[in-house]
Design a protein around this ligand. Structure first.
Ligand code: CA
Length: 408
């Protein structure tokens, strides 16, 4: 597909991608929904208001002229598909060029904001390699995987209000810690601040309490995907997590990419989920449990430290959503759930420093010769990702980045 924006064929934000975000221009302009093409952002509410769309212009223009994607998420899968078809037409057909040009902004001239008003935030634990690595490090005297791990996608409720957009600084968290050999807990800034490379799945088309979403219906509610960094204070986490799971070691910040890639853009990235039938899962977790072939790269400052592969995840996003709702818990527009750290079997595919440095016993050496067990103040962590698209094209998922600033 060609666009009148004149991009090279290999551009990861060509018309095959069309991710949604929220942007503003200058100091006083309102936040509204934008769609990225190449290195430009289209003010889609303004373009939809011009007319010439397939009859949904008023709906779409109203939903897009708001400071988050939530109103658009509420419209549901059928409208998402109509919108995407129309956007594809306006960016690929030259006849729209003149009318659209006043509503196209260079990426460098806009400010990107948190794309969704996060309703509920849940984080899963879907990588077998990650779960067994963490088990060996945190619980060396027990089996690497807990007994329930292959029967249900384990998750915990996180803090929706501290999900931040890419580029937001992360203040080093402070809290309690107690190493096994310490006589008593101590208090202070975390000394084991870590990352977790994940994908986040963005939910739309809310459901009613008391109803379930089955595996086969999950794709009707998964609007799209973001790159997610689940910042983690391992010292705080290790002391607090028994028996109710992660709490303050995680809730200080979770960063997501500014662009939400529609699930529809990832149709060429669908893959089978490895290993889900051994042992067989209960019927409510069976069905079209597709995985996603998304390639992630993690950098600390200028050094690439890991290349996790999302296709290796044991549990699929559809199974996670089926499990999340199996008790009748409702979905809200703007719900976000994380995959859990994406780790593979090799060192270079591990998605956290906890695993990459084996709890700081095998430090990483960065390009500048310095070493890291965990993050230092001033470190910038950047995660990028892409997926295969049609005809050899790439689907860019953008990046999520954040810099550690000293504890306050
Ligand atoms: Ca996590």
């Amino acid at each position: 597909m060609k666009t009148w924006l004149d991009l090279p064929d290999e551009h990861p934000f060509g018309p095959q991608t069309l991710p949604y975000g929220v942007f503003s221009v200058g100091q006083d302009s309102p936040r509204r929904v934008g769609v990225r093409v190449g290195d430009h952002v289209i003010d889609v509410a303004a373009v939809a208001a011009l007319g010439g769309d397939p009859g949904d212009g008023p709906h779409l223009a109203a939903a897009w002229a708001t400071p988050s994607l939530n109103a658009f998420l509420a419209l549901g899968r059928e409208k998402w598909a109509i919108a995407r078809e129309w956007l594809t037409e306006i960016v690929t057909n030259d006849v729209h060029r003149e009318a659209m040009l006043p509503h196209v902004y260079p990426l460098a001239e806009v400010t990107l904001h948190l794309p969704i008003e996060v309703a509920d935030y849940v984080d899963f634990y879907a990588s077998e390699d990650h779960a067994s690595n963490v088990g060996q490090i945190f619980r060396p005297d027990n089996a690497a995987l807990p007994p329930n791990w292959k029967h249900l996608p384990i998750g915990y409720h996180g803090r929706a209000g501290t999900v931040v957009v890419s580029g937001t600084d992360v203040v080093r968290p402070t809290g309690q810690r107690k190493a096994p050999g310490d006589p008593a807990p101590t208090f202070g800034p975390s000394i084991r601040l870590d990352i977790e490379a994940e994908l986040g799945y963005v939910v739309g088309d809310a459901t009613e309490i008391g109803t379930r979403v089955g595996v086969d219906a999950a794709a009707d509610h998964i609007f799209g995907v973001v790159i997610l960094n689940d910042w983690s204070a391992r010292d705080i986490q290790a002391w607090e997590y028994v028996p109710l799971g992660p709490f303050l070691g995680k809730s200080f910040a979770t960063s997501i990419s500014a662009w939400v890639t529609p699930l529809e853009a990832l149709s060429h990235a669908r893959v089978a989920v490895p290993g889900q039938q051994a042992p067989p899962v209960l019927p409510y977790l069976q069905g079209d449990a597709f995985g996603l072939d998304v390639h992630v790269e993690v950098r600390i400052n200028t050094t690439v430290v890991s290349r996790p592969e999302h296709s290796a995840m044991y549990w699929s996003p559809a199974q996670m959503l089926a499990h999340l709702t199996v008790n009748g818990a409702s979905l809200r527009n703007g719900d976000l759930y994380g995959s859990g750290t994406i780790s593979g079997p090799t060192r270079e595919s591990r998605g956290s420093l906890l695993e990459l440095t084996w709890n700081a016993t095998e430090p990483l050496t960065l390009d500048d010769g310095s070493t890291r067990g965990f993050l230092e103040d001033g470190d910038t962590v950047t995660m990028t990702a892409w997926a295969p698209g049609p005809d050899g094209a790439r689907i860019g998922l953008g990046e999520v980045t954040g810099t550690i600033v000293p504890a306050r």
